[in-house]
Design a protein around this ligand. Structure first.
Ligand code: TRP
Length: 354
């Protein structure tokens, strides 16, 4: 079986530690093992909830490319491309739209969570007003103001993956329902039109979901609890300083809690000196280890990891034209691959006319 890796990011902001452990580390490892590897900048998907904000999406195309390059994704091994510039993806999306019901999209847990988070579901009061004015009486009827394109993004994401016959997708845990959706499309397509696509494997990193600096279950830009891969040493120190520890650990000599203590959660993920961490935990639980010392350790660990990424990023950022050249060459390659797939798809769909 040919291993084709496809992954991507929405260009809506710089990438953070959650992206790194959830997906980027896997991307880097896989680019050496795979027969082909693609990295997509998902600008079309970013526009599904930023339709009024195209400048923001445009500005972040370079940022996410820089983040991935700085981490070690290598354009010699991985084809970097921009989603909007590969028309075959849009074309494939149109055909996939016929294979999925609206009800199925509405049940997708990822989409549901994002709709609520982004305010696409009307507030209760708004909802009632509109119901009254329209005299809606159907129980549990939901009036949504979600853009159709946003609701359908799992379909478009399936086309992102399948246009190049991708079968391994390293991406965060929150994307699981989207990958399931993709596999349903594969099954339906193959059943209706003959074996064309392979089922897709979702690959999640060792830390599928990194907690935010505030202890929230997810590190997320909108929650303002992120440490970015481009943060300065001072910013890292300041963010670690503000981290949630054990509210009852007031004096140094007090025994402290390790469970739920964000500093320890991060040390478990990022500190390679596991014995050292075990020793710190022991001391902390017994009392006598202060938060200041503990946080200093984490700051060192994170700075040690981020410093080389930040340095490479700054170097690469000096020459944005070179990055755009990488994206342009990769996009051309992606179009060629996409055209091969579309020829097969058009045949399968009986729409090869001329
Ligand atoms: N939805 C992904 C995210 O928000 C980004 C993405 C778009 C993607 N298309 C993809 C990831 C295809 C993997 C495969 O992180």
């Amino acid at each position: 079986m040919k291993k084709t890796v496809l992954t991507g990011d929405r260009p809506t902001g710089r990438l953070h530690l959650g992206h790194y452990v959830g997906s980027i580390q896997n991307r880097i490892k896989l680019q050496d093992e795979a027969d082909a590897a693609f990295y997509m900048i998902a600008d079309v998907q970013a526009l599904t909830d930023n339709a009024e904000n195209p400048e923001k999406v445009r500005e972040n195309v370079l940022e996410v490319a820089l983040d991935n390059l700085a981490c070690g994704l290598d354009p010699k091994k991985t084809t970097f491309f921009i989603q909007s510039q590969v028309p075959q993806i849009a074309e494939l999306t149109v055909f996939f739209l016929n294979l999925v019901t609206v009800a199925r999209l509405e049940q997708n847990p990822t989409v549901k969570a994002e709709m609520a988070q982004k305010g696409f579901v009307m507030s209760d009061s708004e909802n009632t007003e509109i119901r009254k004015s329209l005299q809606y009486v159907v129980a549990n009827e939901k009036i949504r103001n979600v853009p159709a394109g946003f609701l359908a993004y799992p379909i478009s994401q399936s086309a992102d993956i399948l246009f190049c016959k991708g079968n391994i997708v390293p991406v965060g845990e929150d994307q699981k329902p989207v990958i399931e959706q993709c596999n349903e499309i594969v099954d339906t397509f193959n059943r209706l039109y003959g074996e064309t696509f392979e089922r897709v494997k979702h690959l999640v990193g060792d830390t599928p979901r990194l907690v935010g600096t505030d202890g929230n279950a997810k590190m997320s830009k909108s929650l303002g609890n992120c440490i970015y891969l481009s943060d300065s040493k001072d910013t890292i120190a300041q963010k670690v300083q503000s981290m949630y520890t054990d509210p009852n650990h007031i004096r140094v000599e007090d025994p402290g809690q390790v469970e739920g203590n964000v500093v320890f959660t991060y040390l478990d993920v990022f500190d390679t000196d596991k014995d050292g961490v075990a020793e710190l935990k022991k001391q902390y639980q017994a009392g006598g280890l202060g938060d200041v010392v503990l946080k200093r350790r984490l700051t060192e660990v994170l700075e040690g990891m981020i410093a080389p990424i930040r340095a490479r990023r700054e170097e690469l950022a000096k020459n944005p034209e070179a990055i755009m050249k990488i994206l342009e060459a990769g996009t051309e390659q992606a179009r060629r691959v996409g055209e091969q797939t579309m020829n097969e798809v058009r045949k399968a769909l009986h729409i090869q006319y001329f």
